[in-house]
Design a protein around this ligand. Sequence first.
Ligand SMILES: *Cc1c(COP(=O)(O)O)cnc(C)c1O
Length: 354
Amino acid sequence: MSVGNEDIPASARLRLDGAALVANWNALDRLSGSASAGAAVKADGYGLGARGVTKRLIAAGCRDFYVANWQEASDIADLIAGDARISVLNGVQDSEMPAALASPAKPVLNSLEQARRWRDTGRPCDLMINSGMNRLGINPDQLAQAELDQLDIDMVMSHLASADEDVDQNADQLSEFREALQQVSARRISFANSAGIALGEDYHFDATRPGLALYGGQPRAELKDHIEQVAWPECQIVQIRQLRSGDRLGYNARYIAEDDHPVAILAMGYADGYLRSFAGSGYFVADGQKLPVLGRISMDLTAVDIRSASALAEGDWLGCGYDLPDASVASGLSQYELLTNLGQRFARDWTDTP
Ligand SMILES: *Cc1c(COP(=O)(O)O)cnc(C)c1O
């Protein structure tokens, strides 16, 4: 008798705290002052699952959702009802026009070519202005071009390159954006990402676009008291063994036991996004004890020292130390990478009912 894939239990799971996600959005909306906070749900909701995130944030009152491309727009389109909107940040290419015309989402037009492509559709769009990041967006000196006059622009936006740092570039981009705004007419103006919200009122305009902080990231210290962890990786112990002093553990023997002690081998490795850069600094948790990672992390497995939790047994579940600011320092990965690395083998288990 064969067992359906959906009936086979996962040995690693991502516990997703829906109440924390909603609390983070409410906090960011409040911190946005008179502007309303939207939600960047690109890259599958920063790895958590775009549909689960979108459902919960729509129910909480969020109305603007940002994705990278038309496939991502299609993945959540059926959840968007009433006055809620999706913006496609990467704009629209010729090859994407059929998908764009069949979609309820708006493109964020980033160039004059894209404006020419869109103007005859008569449909609403957003417009990205390059205020100094030089990634996507129309340069301010191109805003007088006739292509733009015929557009129905819902939101005009720009994006901050360094809002997580206290550098002149933030104020420089703000004044560049303000000046450019005099040449464009749009229903709404949007500038700030998560970190930009913490830069204060001048950066808020009508709509803010947090991503990282919704999911527990803290790109600036000001957000620390307002943002909670949302994603909690957990995995099962698949074997327990007793090391003897001198035993070599794992690939390339990067750990050699200095005394006799037990280790647990866990069902989570770099293929799950727990990269080898956690070796030497990562830890798991059981009964409030921190269990340090030992040796090299394998593709599917990680070893931890369990001498402080010797009652653990095969099949028990452990939490992974994954507070984003701390894990970022420990691993050298950005808080963004820590989220988007989270692999497809995790069962994504929301702990609330939407
Ligand atoms: C990803 C993105 C955001 C969200 O940024 P966070 O730093 O994750 O808050 C906002 N705006 C644009 C244009 C983006 O690409």
